[in-house]
Design a protein around this ligand. Structure first.
Ligand SMILES: [Zn+2]
Length: 68
């Protein structure tokens, strides 16, 4: 047995290359989706004393429109 430090696969919580926020369901411009006011911060981009993590502080998220 060697004492290698294990690297367990962890979900990547960092921003992806597309720049999506946690509240985004698709990249901007995706057919069938559109900008919507973030339900968590109600468009303010802030929750409490910090920025809203759902929309990344933008106050808006990309959501699917209608029932396709
Ligand atoms: Zn928000």
């Amino acid at each position: 047995m060697t004492a290698h430090s294990k690297r367990k696969p962890e979900p990547d919580h960092s921003e992806s290359a597309t720049g999506l926020n946690p509240g985004d369901q698709a990249t901007p411009g995706t057919p069938g989706t559109g900008e919507n006011v973030c339900a968590k911060c109600r468009g303010t981009g802030r929750v409490g004393n910090g920025s809203c993590e759902q929309c990344g502080g933008s106050g808006r998220v990309i959501e699917g429109i209608g029932g396709g």
